[in-house]
Write a protein that binds this ligand. Structure first.
Ligand code: NDP
Length: 477
């Protein structure tokens, strides 16, 4: 078992101030793979003090100096890429192929997206009215990340913080801490000055809250549940920190009768099952025009039955387990709620798939004949669970799509691009995908309503970490 009990503070791996061991569990085998430490408020204090000291000089570095550090980080990440993919498979249960092609790949994509954005960002600009505008790093940042796309969220927070001249303290999820510790090794090797990046493992209620409340932290960037996002916001209010949040979703996928159903329905099913459904922007509510409802139900059933669950260490396009026994319990409870509410089980259902008694594996599940007031249509399941809801008109589809407290992503499938764009404009969501259009690196990622505040990635992601200063000079005669 790996001994990973140290934290990365002020450029060194240090022991926690008080021992508090936690085993990291492989979700496919339920076996312990490593032991980490859970930090306390005192560890956070130490990390924030280091970040505060480092800010004095790091905030004054030039864009060119920071670009050189980011380029080094990119080269190191690319060299240790396979190690990152294997680590994510081990602690999250993401299947090997998916881990390499998606989970680890985002670490490269976002880094390149930020390097491009930084090259094009004007830290100093003359306004048309003669005033000068300066963009400056906001200060010490607290970063809290979840387990579902762990390196994605780390890259979307650590990279813009360091790119803009901020310093930071990262608290990754204690369910997937190993990829974060590997990232810390890379940041160290790249030569970022001591104290610019610090990592403390620990629980949200202790370490996360200590960060959010800390008076020397100017900004909190959080990704996770809406519940925890509200807690971070409340804790951060005391000293008016900037808070950016990337929270849950219940994204609608509107399927019009004129869509290429044979292509788009299996693709939509694959998208919801990807990462075992543990994605905040997954297309979890499929709204289907009634004239093609039966056909879509049949296509979804066929695609759902073809989905395979399997050992994450094996290559292939199967799905792995959920991350933890807690998530397994939550997903089971929601599947049971769907059955109790009278939704029709097309594929899957409650319980473990046959032959997978060990590990947090669940059956990929599809419910038909769902109404938007059912629990499975309203709550984020965060498992491979899709619901199908029929609609009659475009207006009704838009109304049902927007009838959710969330607003992260939305999806539209239609053969009429003009209609798809007309509908996209009326959806209250931060990102709309038309006919499988992918999210590209460098574009803003984030949501409306209770899906959060702020945008991550590229230029918008950098701007969230910057203050704006206006310098007024006297008029020249
Ligand atoms: P949480 O939101 O609780 O966890 C995400 C991160 O926030 C973890 O590092 C967690 O630490 C931390 N955290 C929790 N409470 C606080 C707090 N009060 N102050 C500061 N940090 C805190 O998600 P869960 O793991 O419990 O998952 C629950 C549900 O959240 C999922 O089923 C899913 O619906 C949603 N979720 C959404 C994600 C997204 O990408 N938007 C990602 C993950 C989950 P700790 O683990 O110690 O609690």
């Amino acid at each position: 078992m790996l001994d990973k009990r140290k934290f990365y503070i002020d450029g060194q791996w240090v022991d926690p101030l008080a021992p508090h061991d936690l085993e990291v569990i492989n979700p496919a085998t339920e076996e312990a793979i490593a032991v980490i430490s859970l930090g306390t408020e005192a560890d956070i204090e130490r990390a924030v003090a280091a970040a505060k000291r480092a800010f004095q000089s790091y905030s004054l570095t030039s864009v060119e100096e920071r670009l050189a550090l980011l380029e080094k980080l990119l080269a190191i990440y690319e060299r240790r890429y396979e190690e990152m993919a294997r680590t994510i498979t081990l602690e999250l249960g993401a299947p090997a192929t998916m881990s390499r092609e998606q989970q680890a790949d985002v670490g490269v994509g976002h880094l390149k997206g930020f390097i491009d954005a930084l090259k094009n960002l004007h830290m100093r600009e003359k306004l048309p009215n003669g005033d000068t505008l300066l963009r400056e790093p906001i200060g010490v940042c607290g970063l809290i990340t979840p387990w579902n796309w762990p390196i994605n969220q780390i890259a979307l927070k650590v990279v813009p913080a360091l790119a803009t001249g901020c310093t930071c303290v990262l608290k990754p999820s204690e369910f997937t801490p190993l990829n974060a510790m590997l990232y810390a090794e890379m940041v160290h090797e790249a030569g970022f000055p001591a104290g610019t990046f610090n990592l403390v493992n620990g629980e949200g209620a202790a370490c996360g809250a200590a960060l959010s409340r800390h008076p020397d932290i100017e900004m909190m960037s959080f990704t996770g549940s809406t519940r925890a996002g509200k807690a971070v916001t409340r804790d951060a209010a005391e000293n008016i920190k900037r808070v950016t949040l990337e929270l849950g979703g219940k994204s609608p996928n509107i399927v019009f009768a004129d869509a290429d159903l044979e292509d788009r329905i299996p693709a939509s099913v694959a998208e919801i099952f990807n990462n075992s459904g543990q994605s905040c922007d997954a297309p979890t509510r499929m709204l289907v025009e009634r004239s093609v409802y039966d056909k879509v139900v049949a296509l979804a059933e066929e695609a759902g039955k073809a989905a395979r669950v399997g050992d994450p260490t094996e290559e292939g396009d199967h799905i792995g387990p959920l991350v933890s026994d807690i998530q397994f319990g939550r997903v089971q409870a929601l599947i049971e709620a769907g059955i109790a509410e009278g939704a029709r089980v097309l594929v899957g259902g409650a319980g473990k798939p046959e032959g997978f008694e060990k590990g947090y594996f669940v059956k990929p599940t599809i419910f038909a004949d769902v109404t938007n007031d059912m629990k499975i249509a309203r709550e984020e399941v965060f498992g491979p669970v899709l619901v199908l809801i029929p609609f009659d008109t475009e207006e009704e589809a838009i109304a049902v799509a927007n009838d959710t407290p969330y607003g992260l992503a939305a999806y539209v499938q239609s053969g009429d691009l003009e209609r798809a764009q007309r509908v996209a404009a009326r959806l209250r969501a931060g990102m709309v995908h038309i006919n499988g259009g992918p999210h590209r690196y460098g574009s803003p990622f984030g949501g409306y309503k209770q899906s959060g505040n702020g945008r991550e990635g590229g230029r918008f992601g950098l701007e969230d970490f910057l203050e704006v200063k206006t310098v007024h000079l006297p008029d020249v005669a």
